[in-house]
Ligand binder design. Sequence first.
Ligand code: 13P
Ligand code: ZN
Length: 274
Amino acid sequence: MRVLDASFVQGFMRMADDGWQQGWHERNGGNLSYRIRPEEIEQVKEELVPGVWTPIGTTVPALAGEYFLVTGSGKYFRNVMTRPEDSICIIELDEKGENYRICWGLTGGGRPTSELPSHLMNHEVKVLATGGKHRVIYHAHPANTIALTFVLPLTDEAFTRELWEMATECPVVFPSGIGVVPWMVPGGREIAVATSELMKQYDVAIWAHHGMFCSGEDFDLTFGLMHTVEKSAEILVKVLSMTSVKRQTILPDDFRRLAVDFKVTLPEKFLYEK
Ligand code: 13P
Ligand code: ZN
Protein backbone atom coordinates (compact mmCIF):
# COMPACT_ATOMS: atom_id res chain seq x y z
CA MET A 1 0.00 0.00 0.00
CA ARG A 2 1.16 3.56 -0.68
CA VAL A 3 1.99 5.54 2.46
CA LEU A 4 -0.47 8.29 1.51
CA ASP A 5 -3.32 5.76 1.17
CA ALA A 6 -2.84 4.26 4.65
CA SER A 7 -5.64 5.16 7.06
CA PHE A 8 -3.26 6.26 9.84
CA VAL A 9 -1.67 8.75 7.42
CA GLN A 10 -5.09 10.00 6.28
CA GLY A 11 -6.15 10.42 9.93
CA PHE A 12 -2.93 12.31 10.71
CA MET A 13 -3.40 14.65 7.73
CA ARG A 14 -7.02 15.35 8.65
CA MET A 15 -6.06 16.20 12.23
CA ALA A 16 -3.29 18.57 11.07
CA ASP A 17 -5.74 20.30 8.75
CA ASP A 18 -8.37 20.55 11.51
CA GLY A 19 -5.78 22.28 13.72
CA TRP A 20 -4.86 24.66 10.88
CA GLN A 21 -8.54 25.52 10.38
CA GLN A 22 -8.90 26.26 14.10
CA GLY A 23 -6.17 28.92 13.77
CA TRP A 24 -3.75 27.11 16.08
CA HIS A 25 -0.88 26.84 13.55
CA GLU A 26 0.38 30.18 12.31
CA ARG A 27 3.36 29.77 9.97
CA ASN A 28 5.21 26.60 11.11
CA GLY A 29 3.70 26.72 14.62
CA GLY A 30 2.89 23.40 16.27
CA ASN A 31 3.83 19.78 15.55
CA LEU A 32 2.20 16.35 15.60
CA SER A 33 3.47 12.80 16.10
CA TYR A 34 1.86 9.35 15.89
CA ARG A 35 3.39 6.08 17.16
CA ILE A 36 2.76 3.67 14.29
CA ARG A 37 1.44 0.13 15.00
CA PRO A 38 3.63 -2.79 13.72
CA GLU A 39 0.85 -3.95 11.36
CA GLU A 40 0.48 -0.40 9.97
CA ILE A 41 4.19 -0.07 9.19
CA GLU A 42 4.07 -3.54 7.58
CA GLN A 43 1.38 -2.27 5.16
CA VAL A 44 3.63 0.48 3.77
CA LYS A 45 7.01 -1.27 4.05
CA GLU A 46 7.84 -1.30 0.33
CA GLU A 47 7.78 2.52 0.12
CA LEU A 48 10.24 3.01 3.03
CA VAL A 49 13.80 4.07 2.15
CA PRO A 50 15.91 4.48 5.31
CA GLY A 51 18.23 7.52 5.45
CA VAL A 52 21.15 8.20 7.79
CA TRP A 53 21.01 7.79 11.56
CA THR A 54 20.82 11.16 13.36
CA PRO A 55 20.87 11.85 17.14
CA ILE A 56 17.43 12.52 18.66
CA GLY A 57 18.94 14.83 21.28
CA THR A 58 17.68 12.67 24.14
CA THR A 59 17.33 8.96 24.93
CA VAL A 60 14.05 7.02 24.80
CA PRO A 61 14.96 3.34 25.38
CA ALA A 62 11.32 2.27 25.85
CA LEU A 63 10.65 3.33 22.23
CA ALA A 64 13.60 1.46 20.69
CA GLY A 65 12.87 0.21 17.16
CA GLU A 66 9.49 1.99 16.91
CA TYR A 67 8.28 4.00 13.89
CA PHE A 68 6.62 7.43 14.11
CA LEU A 69 4.78 9.68 11.69
CA VAL A 70 5.79 13.29 12.50
CA THR A 71 5.53 16.79 11.06
CA GLY A 72 8.70 18.36 9.67
CA SER A 73 10.57 21.23 11.29
CA GLY A 74 9.68 24.55 9.70
CA LYS A 75 6.82 22.93 7.78
CA TYR A 76 3.36 24.49 7.76
CA PHE A 77 0.24 22.65 8.98
CA ARG A 78 -1.49 24.65 6.25
CA ASN A 79 0.35 22.56 3.64
CA VAL A 80 -0.13 19.08 5.13
CA MET A 81 -3.26 18.36 3.05
CA THR A 82 -1.91 19.65 -0.25
CA ARG A 83 1.79 18.67 0.08
CA PRO A 84 1.91 15.84 2.62
CA GLU A 85 5.03 14.14 1.23
CA ASP A 86 7.02 17.38 1.73
CA SER A 87 5.47 18.35 5.10
CA ILE A 88 5.56 15.13 7.13
CA CYS A 89 7.79 12.08 7.50
CA ILE A 90 8.03 8.55 8.86
CA ILE A 91 11.02 8.00 11.15
CA GLU A 92 12.44 4.84 12.68
CA LEU A 93 14.29 4.78 16.04
CA ASP A 94 17.41 2.68 16.59
CA GLU A 95 17.79 -0.20 19.03
CA LYS A 96 18.94 2.09 21.87
CA GLY A 97 16.38 4.87 21.36
CA GLU A 98 19.20 7.37 20.75
CA ASN A 99 19.02 8.00 16.99
CA TYR A 100 16.35 8.30 14.31
CA ARG A 101 16.40 7.94 10.55
CA ILE A 102 13.90 9.28 8.01
CA CYS A 103 12.29 6.45 6.01
CA TRP A 104 9.68 8.37 4.00
CA GLY A 105 8.62 11.98 3.33
CA LEU A 106 10.24 15.43 3.59
CA THR A 107 10.88 15.12 -0.14
CA GLY A 108 12.21 18.69 -0.33
CA GLY A 109 14.71 17.96 2.45
CA GLY A 110 14.63 18.86 6.12
CA ARG A 111 14.26 17.10 9.44
CA PRO A 112 11.53 16.14 11.89
CA THR A 113 10.08 18.80 14.20
CA SER A 114 12.50 20.64 16.50
CA GLU A 115 10.25 19.45 19.34
CA LEU A 116 11.11 15.79 18.61
CA PRO A 117 12.73 15.37 22.08
CA SER A 118 9.48 16.51 23.77
CA HIS A 119 7.31 14.35 21.51
CA LEU A 120 9.38 11.22 22.04
CA MET A 121 9.86 11.70 25.80
CA ASN A 122 6.09 12.23 26.14
CA HIS A 123 5.44 9.09 24.06
CA GLU A 124 7.83 7.13 26.26
CA VAL A 125 6.13 8.26 29.48
CA LYS A 126 2.72 7.41 28.02
CA VAL A 127 3.80 3.98 26.73
CA LEU A 128 4.88 3.14 30.26
CA ALA A 129 1.88 4.81 31.99
CA THR A 130 -0.90 3.54 29.68
CA GLY A 131 0.51 0.17 28.62
CA GLY A 132 0.93 1.51 25.09
CA LYS A 133 -2.64 2.80 24.64
CA HIS A 134 -1.65 6.41 23.91
CA ARG A 135 -0.29 6.90 20.38
CA VAL A 136 -0.71 10.61 19.60
CA ILE A 137 1.22 13.64 20.91
CA TYR A 138 0.03 17.05 19.68
CA HIS A 139 1.56 20.50 20.14
CA ALA A 140 -0.33 23.64 19.07
CA HIS A 141 -0.36 27.40 19.67
CA PRO A 142 -4.01 28.12 20.61
CA ALA A 143 -4.40 31.84 21.40
CA ASN A 144 -6.76 31.79 24.41
CA THR A 145 -4.74 29.23 26.35
CA ILE A 146 -1.56 31.21 25.66
CA ALA A 147 -3.28 34.46 26.73
CA LEU A 148 -4.16 32.95 30.11
CA THR A 149 -0.46 32.24 30.80
CA PHE A 150 -0.01 36.02 31.18
CA VAL A 151 -2.84 36.33 33.71
CA LEU A 152 -3.26 33.18 35.82
CA PRO A 153 -0.64 31.93 38.30
CA LEU A 154 1.56 29.40 36.47
CA THR A 155 0.44 26.46 38.62
CA ASP A 156 -1.27 23.17 37.79
CA GLU A 157 -3.87 23.97 40.46
CA ALA A 158 -4.87 27.38 39.06
CA PHE A 159 -5.08 26.28 35.41
CA THR A 160 -6.92 23.04 36.13
CA ARG A 161 -9.48 24.59 38.47
CA GLU A 162 -10.14 27.71 36.38
CA LEU A 163 -10.55 25.68 33.17
CA TRP A 164 -12.71 23.02 34.85
CA GLU A 165 -15.05 25.81 36.01
CA MET A 166 -15.63 27.15 32.49
CA ALA A 167 -17.55 24.13 31.14
CA THR A 168 -19.22 21.24 32.92
CA GLU A 169 -17.72 18.70 30.50
CA CYS A 170 -14.12 19.73 31.30
CA PRO A 171 -13.55 17.69 34.48
CA VAL A 172 -14.97 14.67 32.61
CA VAL A 173 -12.72 15.22 29.55
CA PHE A 174 -9.51 15.92 31.52
CA PRO A 175 -10.14 14.57 35.04
CA SER A 176 -6.47 14.21 35.97
CA GLY A 177 -5.94 17.94 35.33
CA ILE A 178 -3.45 20.13 33.50
CA GLY A 179 0.26 20.64 34.11
CA VAL A 180 2.04 23.93 33.57
CA VAL A 181 5.64 24.36 32.39
CA PRO A 182 7.14 27.80 33.18
CA TRP A 183 8.67 29.72 30.28
CA MET A 184 11.65 27.80 28.91
CA VAL A 185 13.66 27.76 25.70
CA PRO A 186 11.76 25.41 23.34
CA GLY A 187 13.21 22.70 21.15
CA GLY A 188 15.61 20.96 23.50
CA ARG A 189 15.99 18.25 26.09
CA GLU A 190 15.38 20.48 29.14
CA ILE A 191 11.81 21.45 28.19
CA ALA A 192 11.23 17.83 27.08
CA VAL A 193 12.21 16.54 30.53
CA ALA A 194 9.96 19.09 32.28
CA THR A 195 7.00 18.29 30.00
CA SER A 196 7.34 14.53 30.16
CA GLU A 197 7.56 14.71 33.96
CA LEU A 198 4.09 16.37 33.94
CA MET A 199 2.79 13.82 31.42
CA LYS A 200 3.28 11.11 34.05
CA GLN A 201 0.20 12.61 35.79
CA TYR A 202 -1.62 14.58 33.12
CA ASP A 203 -2.66 14.31 29.45
CA VAL A 204 -2.33 18.09 28.99
CA ALA A 205 0.70 20.34 29.55
CA ILE A 206 0.68 24.09 28.93
CA TRP A 207 3.91 25.85 28.00
CA ALA A 208 3.82 29.40 29.39
CA HIS A 209 3.70 32.08 26.67
CA HIS A 210 4.00 29.41 23.98
CA GLY A 211 1.29 26.75 23.63
CA MET A 212 -0.02 23.38 24.68
CA PHE A 213 0.83 19.65 24.45
CA CYS A 214 -1.87 16.96 24.53
CA SER A 215 -1.56 13.18 24.61
CA GLY A 216 -4.21 10.67 23.64
CA GLU A 217 -5.11 7.24 22.31
CA ASP A 218 -6.12 8.32 18.81
CA PHE A 219 -6.54 11.38 16.58
CA ASP A 220 -10.15 12.07 17.64
CA LEU A 221 -9.47 11.94 21.37
CA THR A 222 -6.27 13.99 21.19
CA PHE A 223 -7.72 16.67 18.91
CA GLY A 224 -10.88 16.71 21.04
CA LEU A 225 -8.80 17.21 24.18
CA MET A 226 -6.93 20.21 22.73
CA HIS A 227 -10.24 21.60 21.43
CA THR A 228 -11.98 21.24 24.80
CA VAL A 229 -9.16 22.92 26.76
CA GLU A 230 -8.91 25.78 24.27
CA LYS A 231 -12.71 26.29 24.20
CA SER A 232 -12.70 26.49 27.99
CA ALA A 233 -9.82 28.98 27.85
CA GLU A 234 -11.82 31.06 25.36
CA ILE A 235 -14.76 31.21 27.77
CA LEU A 236 -12.44 32.21 30.61
CA VAL A 237 -10.91 34.97 28.49
CA LYS A 238 -14.43 36.27 27.76
CA VAL A 239 -15.43 36.12 31.44
CA LEU A 240 -12.24 37.88 32.57
CA SER A 241 -12.80 40.52 29.86
CA MET A 242 -16.22 41.31 31.39
CA THR A 243 -15.42 41.11 35.08
CA SER A 244 -12.78 40.04 37.57
CA VAL A 245 -15.45 38.61 39.88
CA LYS A 246 -17.68 35.71 38.78
CA ARG A 247 -21.23 36.17 40.01
CA GLN A 248 -21.73 32.37 40.17
CA THR A 249 -19.74 29.32 39.21
CA ILE A 250 -19.34 25.55 39.69
CA LEU A 251 -18.30 24.93 43.32
CA PRO A 252 -16.03 22.23 44.84
CA ASP A 253 -19.01 20.16 46.07
CA ASP A 254 -20.60 20.38 42.59
CA PHE A 255 -17.42 18.85 41.13
CA ARG A 256 -17.53 16.10 43.77
CA ARG A 257 -21.13 15.25 42.80
CA LEU A 258 -20.24 15.31 39.11
CA ALA A 259 -17.33 12.93 39.77
CA VAL A 260 -19.68 10.37 41.33
CA ASP A 261 -22.25 10.46 38.51
CA PHE A 262 -19.67 10.48 35.69
CA LYS A 263 -17.42 7.93 37.43
CA VAL A 264 -14.23 10.00 37.29
CA THR A 265 -11.67 10.65 40.01
CA LEU A 266 -10.99 14.35 40.54
CA PRO A 267 -7.88 14.97 42.67
CA GLU A 268 -8.78 16.94 45.81
CA LYS A 269 -5.79 19.27 45.29
CA PHE A 270 -7.85 21.02 42.59
CA LEU A 271 -10.98 21.39 44.74
CA TYR A 272 -9.57 23.97 47.14
CA GLU A 273 -11.70 26.69 48.76
CA LYS A 274 -11.05 30.09 47.20
P1 13P B 1 8.84 23.05 14.27
O1 13P B 1 8.54 23.78 12.98
O2 13P B 1 10.30 22.69 14.39
O3 13P B 1 7.93 21.86 14.48
O4 13P B 1 8.58 24.07 15.46
C1 13P B 1 7.33 24.67 15.65
C2 13P B 1 7.02 24.93 17.08
O5 13P B 1 5.87 25.10 17.43
C3 13P B 1 8.12 24.95 18.07
O6 13P B 1 7.64 24.91 19.38
ZN1 ZN C 1 5.55 25.63 19.54
